[in-house]
Structures are given as structure tokens and as C-alpha cells.
Write a protein that binds this ligand. Structure first.
Ligand code: SGN
Ligand code: CA
Length: 532
């Protein structure tokens, strides 16, 4: 099921249906003579979930510029990551390989081996200029980029620091989402070699914790009451790993750091981290920030909500802050689209918008991600296609972040090395419906024990079912019927009537682990044998 690996110039579109021509016909020859290589603008945000993007979900907020990408192009309705965490997701994306194969399995212990094969390096070999601006999060410095300017670690929202190619850390004035966009546009306009095709990664910190809004949007959404998901008060029955997490809005969200109810005279575990982040504001900015929060803080401590009142109060503050941060992001995506349009670049550029993973907006009572459950395994994915791609609307096939590398290489007409584990999405972008498209996805999360305490797990997802194995200090299996139970509240593993489904999924899981060469099952068997 590898891509067809033919340059775009070998394809000719006949009445909206893409047809592959075995030899250069006069049509493709003519196109080849005219064809300019495509550019790629890859915009990736951090922790932006499809629930908070109106082209996916109309319940909460409007995202007109993100929706513009989908309206003019395509929306993937089954887009997933291989490991729902920032560093690992980014490593999957640039290598086209699962975490065990690219070596970056978690944020806490890994340093990306930048000497390995990556998509940006292969694009450079194909004659592309490559650049990345924004969050990098892979510990080692970027390789394979002609230009880079990255954030130290998670980065700062206010008056942020950037690491330059000289390895200097430089603080800048402004709001991070705007600055990343300014720098990206500046690279396209003033710094790149305009005779070469380019691939630019615009990697935002938005909408990562602790959701600090641009000051001009502090008051936005303050009148809005967000509806709560039905499973906000999930009791995790039959799901011990879900019960053991520490990412509950009610119990784990920090009152100062996350909900900004700062008081000098009180304590909270993340008070110092909060002070450091808002301490980056200038005195004038801080005065504006404090003036907004002062009455909310006063009212909060006066009412002193407890129990479910506190949980629901926190949920509203969380939703509002997150929505405000999305607003600046949406504005800035609009700026990039406008720039490309004004420069006449849009027709020749693939614009991709995605996130490093999904996020919980109160589902199961949570914030954060990590789990293989739907909200965090999914990630938004919309694309605006170059002019000669006629495909529009929804693409329902299951795709994963390991597919971006082969897709971009394919679009560039570059060969896709055999060890890349993802598959090119180009056939889907051409409107084809490949009969042999993948029927299942593999997932593996490793970062445990760690912040939020989500246990290690791996699993398989098919169109209808999901089988998960939580391991390490636990040995628990979970089975979900996504058609009957889309919010994954009923673990069916071991229940009568599901023997065949379980057996089939186990076989599929084994097949995927063999295909991708993930040695985890053998490792666990060996550990078990040793214990006996
Ligand atoms: C930080 C956050 C966590 C978050 C991780 C990973 N804590 O450590 O809430 O899960 O990043 O996020 S914070 O106190 O520093 O805000 S990731 O998207 O980078 O993987
Ligand atoms: Ca993230």
C-alpha cells in the first residue's frame, strides 16, 4: 500500500477524476513543462482539539479562518496520532515512523537523534528550502532545516524567548502566536530563496497549558457559558487506568496556574510557575491583566465554591481561556492565508493545519491528552490543496501523523524510502478511493510514571472497535465498540459475546506490531517469564 510515487506531472485530471497515466502522454508532458514544484506550509498547533474548531464541532466556538482551509479544501474526518504527546508526535511527523522506530518515545527522557533520516532532510535533497518557526520540543537542535527559530522547551506566551540558529536565546516583545506568524511571513517574504520551492513549518505553542490569552482578548467569551460534556462526572468503572490519572479538571487543575485565581497570601502547588509566566508581562501589560482578573478573583474567594460547584466553575474558566487562545491562533492562520493569497502563492501551495494531538475539553472530567481514547488520539487535519487538485469536502479514510512525511515527499516528487512507516495521502487528495487503504491504526503511549500519571499502553483502532492494553505496573485490557459507545464509557473486554471481536482485534494488533516491528509484546513476555 505504498504510494504510487509518481510526480504530480504524471497525473492528469479528467472531469474531476484523477487518472494515472502509465506513460507520459501529451497532456502530462505539457503539464510537466509548465509545472512549478509545490510549496508546503505546515501549520501545527499544540493541544488543539477538534471539539474547539467549528468546522468539526459547532457546540463551542467559531474558527472562521481554520474553517476557510476546510471550506476551500478538504477535511479529514478520521485523523489520528500514533502517540498523544508533543515530542513523540513531532518525531513521528518528521520521520514518518512510530515512536519506537524514531527513538523519541516520551517528553521526559528522550533526546531526538537528529542524525537520522527525516522528511525535511529528504525535501532538501529534492531541492526544497526548509524552515521551522516555533515549538520544536525535541531537545536536540533542529537538523535538516535551512532556517530555524525555535522556542526553548514549551515556550512562553508573553514577551517570549526564541532560540536562533546561532544558538542564542533572545527575548522578544509581543504575544507568541503573533510573533511566530510575523517570523514565518518574514521568512517567506524576505529570507528564502524565491527560486526554490519551500516547506515551512509554523509550529505554535497555542493552545498549550496554561492557556494565557492575548491581552486584547481577555474579555472575550466572558459572557458565554459552555455546555458540559455528558460524561464530565465519569466514575471510571471497569477502567482502572482511567481512574488512576491525574488530569481531572476538578481535582488536578491548579487554582492559580490554570484558572489564574492568584493571591500573594495563599499557596498553590504551581504558584511559582504561574508567577514566572505572567512575570514576563511589562508593568503596563501586567496592570491590564490584573485589572481584568481582580474582580473575578475577588468574587471567587468570596463565594469559595466547593465540590461540584468548584468543578463546574473551573470548567467554565478553562473553556473560556482555551477559547481565547484559539481566537488569536485563528486570526494568525488568517494572516498566513492572506499573505499567500496576496503573493500569488496559494494556488501552488499545500496548506496543512493540524495539531500535535487532540485534548479533553471536560470529557471524562479531564484536561490534557495521552490516552488512546478518542478525544486525544484524534487530531484535527484540514488542508487547502494546490489549484490542480480538484478534491473538496470530507476524506473519511483513517490517517495518522506518520503519513505527513511520505505525503510531503510524494507531493515534492521525491522518492519515499522503504523504511518510512506512514503512507502518502496523495491518492486521497487526488480523490481516489484506494481499495487497499489501511483498516486499522496502531498506537503506543510510553510516558509513565510522569505528570498526569497516564499508564503506558498500546492498542489497535479499527473503524468500529478499539482494543487497548495498559501495561507496566498494571495488566489491563479494554475493548470499546465505538459505534455503540462513542464516548468510551463501557469496557467490553472479557464480556460474553465479544470473544470473536476480541480475538480478531488481538490478531490485528499482533499484525501491526509485526509490521511496524514494535518489540513490546516480546518484552512483556520476557519480563513475565523472568518473574515466574
Ligand atoms: C507540561 C504541562 C502538562 C502537559 C505536558 C506535555 N504541565 O508539562 O500539563 O501534559 O507539558 O504537553 S505545565 O505545568 O508545564 O503546564 S505536551 O503537549 O508538550 O506534550
Ligand atoms: Ca501537545
Amino acid at each position: 500500500m505504498k504510494n504510487l510515487n509518481l510526480p504530480a506531472s504524471l497525473l492528469c485530471s479528467l472531469s474531476g477524476t484523477a487518472v494515472v497515466l502509465p506513460l507520459l502522454s501529451s497532456c502530462s508532458a505539457q503539464k510537466k513543462a509548465e509545472a512549478k514544484p509545490y510549496n508546503i506550509v505546515y501549520i501545527m498547533t499544540d493541544d488543539h482539539t477538534a471539539q474547539m474548531m467549528s468546522c468539526y464541532d459547532q457546540r463551542y466556538i467559531e474558527t472562521p479562518n481554520l474553517d476557510r482551509i476546510a471550506a476551500d479544501g478538504v477535511r479529514f474526518t478520521n485523523s489520528f496520532v500514533a502517540n498523544s504527546l508533543s515530542g513523540p508526535s513531532r518525531a513521528c511527523m518528521i520521520t514518518g515512523k512510530h515512536s519506537h522506530a524514531n527513538g523519541f518515545t516520551d517528553n521526559t527522557t528522550c533526546v531526538f537523534d537528529g542524525s537520522q533520516q527525516t522528511m525535511p532532510k529528504l525535501l532538501q535533497q529534492a531541492g526544497y528550502q526548509t524552515a521551522i518557526v516555533g515549538k520544536w520540543h525535541l531537545e536536540s537542535l533542529p537538523t535538516g532545516f535551512d532556517y530555524w527559530e525555535i522556542l526553548p522547551g514549551q515556550g512562553d506566551y508573553y514577551n517570549p524567548r526564541f532560540i536562533t540558529m546561532q544558538n542564542d536565546t533572545v527575548a522578544e516583545k509581543g504575544y507568541l502566536t503573533n510573533l511566530i506568524t510575523d517570523k514565518s511571513i518574514d521568512w517567506m517574504e524576505n529570507q528564502r530563496d524565491k527560486d526554490k520551492p519551500f516547506c515551512l513549518f509554523i509550529h505554535h505553542k497555542a493552545i498549550h497549558r496554561n492557556w494565557l490569552p492575548e491581552l486584547k482578548y481577555l474579555s472575550l467569551y466572558e459572557d458565554k457559558t459552555f455546555s458540559m460534556p455528558d460524561n464530565f462526572y465519569d466514575d471510571y468503572e471497569g477502567r482502572p487506568a482511567a481512574a488512576a490519572q491525574e488530569m481531572s479538571i476538578w481535582k488536578d487543575m491548579d487554582i492559580m496556574y490554570d484558572t489564574k485565581m492568584y493571591r500573594k497570601d495563599l499557596k498553590s502547588p504551581l504558584k511559582g510557575a504561574y508567577e514566572a509566566y505572567v512575570g514576563r508581562l511589562t508593568p503596563e501589560e501586567r496592570a491590564q491583566y490584573d485589572a481584568f482578573y481582580a474582580p473575578i478573583i475577588e468574587e471567587f474567594y468570596k463565594k469559595n465554591p466547593q465540590g461540584r460547584d468548584l468543578a463546574e466553575w473551573k470548567y467554565q474558566r478553562y473553556m473560556r481561556d482555551y477559547a481565547k487562545v484559539v481566537k488569536s491562533l485563528d486570526d494568525n492562520v488568517g494572516r498566513v492565508l492572506d499573505y499567500l493569497e496576496a503573493q500569488g502563492l496559494l494556488d501552488n501551495t499545500l496548506v496543512v493545519y493540524t495539531s500535535d494531538q487532540g485534548f479533553y475539553m471536560g470529557e471524562h472530567g479531564w484536561f490534557d491528552k495521552r490516552f488512546m481514547y478518542e478525544e486525544s488520539m484524534r487530531t484535527p487535519l484540514v488542508m487547502r490543496l494546490p489549484k490542480d487538485f480538484q478534491t473538496r469536502g470530507d476524506i473519511p479514510q483513517m490517517v495518522q501523523n506518520i503519513d505527513y512525511a511520505p505525503t510531503f515527499l510524494d507531493l515534492a516528487g521525491a522518492p519515499i524510502p522503504d523504511d518510512i512507516q506512514g503512507v502518502s495521502l496523495l491518492p486521497l487528495l487526488r480523490g481516489e478511493k484506494p481499495a487497499d487503504w489501511r483498516k486499522s491504526l496502531y498506537y503506543h503511549f510510553y510516558e509513565y510514571p510522569a505528570e498526569h500519571m497516564v499508564k503506558r499502553h498500546y492498542g489497535v483502532r479499527t473503524e468500529r472497535y478499539k482494543l487497548i492494553h495498559f501495561y507496566n505496573d498494571i495488566d489491563e485490557w479494554e475493548l470499546y465498540d465505538l459505534q455503540e459507545d462513542p464516548t468510551e464509557m463501557h469496557n467490553l473486554y472479557g464480556q460474553p459475546g465479544y470473544e470473536q471481536v476480541t480475538e480478531d482485534l488481538r490478531a490485528e494488533l499482533k499484525k501491526l506490531q509485526a509490521q511496524y516491528q514494535d518489540p513490546i509484546e516480546e518484552k512483556l513476555q520476557a519480563e513475565k517469564a523472568q518473574k515466574k
